[in-house]
Design a protein around this ligand. Structure first.
Ligand code: GDP
Length: 318
């Protein structure tokens, strides 16, 4: 039985997160780390303009999950969603390949309006979070646009959402292209400069975590500042729980395994958490711990977050 009363109150924790996998761990962490000590830095490489609106899929998934309003079936979008606007867009011959629910649209409308008034994405996200009664800080990795592009094996260069949603992540990936010269905000830099523990959530390493690490100077701060960087494997039992991580690994010539994820993060990570299902197969250089990392519901999120923090504190105090 896990002891949920961790002595975590003295540590400042930063979590790097993409969408669904990241949001689940972030929500678990939010239950045990005091809000003033928890910052979640979120990938914005998937952001794009659609129907004239700024859409930030990973920020929204993290926000909705922490606010308890996410759709429990999909893990993204809002619970109790309706689609009347999208149906009307389709009837008008508008672009309906990226579906925005009626409730979800309220987020994109408000964000786009506030940005139009001159607010940064960081300020807009703070505004949205406060109205959703979210206490921990959720920060976009940058206030600058930082679009992730996918170079497909058939020679095309596709914006991330075109590849992911419109083409249902089917075109084989040759390379992931991340933008140059994107800078982190002061708020992100300050959070990392004062972090004791950084946790890399079980998000897609290539299109959720790498875009964050690519933002200057996030990778360098991770190398220098925190006492410990812990990463959680998104690959369980040699497969992705969801989404294209495993397919991408195959297409980029990697073995699909927790071992390969650990090797990919390399020295950046001090403590690697992989799933017990992979215990027989895992081979890693540094410190690594096997845990049950599947988060199927709220209890699972709390359990995994607690166990990950516990393992991290044990590493720190060893
Ligand atoms: P996306 O932006 O919505 O694709 O979300 P992320 O990048 O944050 O998460 C996708 C990754 O999370 C996938 O590679 C999944 O394998 C992984 N994932 C999803 N749920 C879980 C879970 O419960 N446990 C673990 N360990 N990984 C998960």
């Amino acid at each position: 039985m896990t002891d949920y009363r961790l002595p975590i109150t003295d540590y400042r924790v930063v979590c790097l997160a993409g969408g669904v996998g990241g949001a689940k761990l972030a929500a678990g962490l939010a239950e045990i780390v005091p809000p003033a000590n928890l910052t979640i830095i979120v990938n914005t490489g998937d952001d794009f303009q659609h129907l004239g609106l700024t859409v930030c899929p990973d920020l929204d998934t993290v926000m909705y999950t922490l606010a308890g309003v996410a759709n429990p079936e999909t893990g993204w979008g809002r619970a109790g969603e309706s689609w009347r606007t999208m149906e009307a867009v389709a009837r008008l011959g508008g672009p309906d390949w990226f579906r925005l629910g009626d409730l979800d649209l309220a987020t994109h409308l408000t964000r786009t309006q506030l940005q139009g008034e001159g607010q940064t994405l960081t300020a807009v996200t703070r505004h949205l979070c406060s109205h959703l009664h979210i206490q921990p800080a959720i920060l976009p990795m940058s206030d600058q646009p930082a679009p992730t592009m996918i170079a497909s094996a058939d020679g095309r260069i596709l914006p991330f959402q075109t590849w992911f949603v419109r083409e249902r992540w089917q075109p084989p990936v040759r390379q992931i292209i991340l933008p140059e010269d994107v800078k982190a905000t002061h708020t992100v830099v300050r959070a990392l400069e004062t972090a004791d523990i950084v946790i890399i959530a079980p998000s897609n390493p290539f299109v959720s975590i790498d875009p964050i690490l690519n933002v200057y100077p996030i990778r360098a701060l991770l190398e220098d500042v925190p006492q410990v960087v812990t990463a959680v494997s998104p690959i369980i039992g040699g497969q992705a729980v969801k989404g294209p991580a495993a397919k991408m690994m195959q297409e980029m010539g990697m073995e699909v395994s927790a071992t390969a994820v650990a090797a990919y993060y390399g020295d950046l990570v001090d403590l690697f958490i992989y799933d017990r299902q992979d215990a027989g197969a895992f081979v890693g250089r540094g410190d690594a711990v096997a845990l049950d990392t599947m988060m199927l519901d709220g209890d699972g999120r709390l359990r995994v977050a607690t166990d990950v923090l516990q393992a991290t504190l044990e590493y720190l105090n060893a």
